[in-house]
Design a protein around this ligand. Sequence first.
Ligand code: DQA
Length: 154
Amino acid sequence: MKRILVIHGPNLNLLGERDPKHYGNDTFESINNQIVSRAERKDFSCDIFQSNFEGAIIDKLHEARNVYDGVILNAGAYTHYSYAIRDAIEAIKIPVIEVHLSNIAARDEFRNKSVIAPVCKGSIAGFGKASYFLAIEALFEVFGGEEGWGLAKK
Ligand code: DQA
């Protein structure tokens, strides 16, 4: 069984109350339940972690390298400027999929740039909570997919 970790960055704990136009109406808890159930359908075990602190996210990424087969990361606003998170992703040799609920390319200019994108396996943005579900599908493919051909880890 593959083990995956979903990391939510700052302010994502407020999903359900925060800016529903961009982030939808589902609560944080409800989205997490849906993520876990989607992961189970792929036979993945799935843990969820959320922090509003950059260092805590970095510690979790380091920890993940020995425990999980892949990570789904919504780094929130850190996406746009955290070189420290970028370096942590680069340092760990497991695939990290970048996720955003909103389409960061279609919003404020400062959100257009992701400093983590170049070190992630790939990025999914703009599909609301389904961005997380699509990231689970992406990891399924990375791990081998139906045909078992797999994609390079990094
Ligand atoms: C976000 C987009 C970021 O720009 C923002 O700071 C967030 C959420 C998203 O999921 O759309 O906190 O990562």
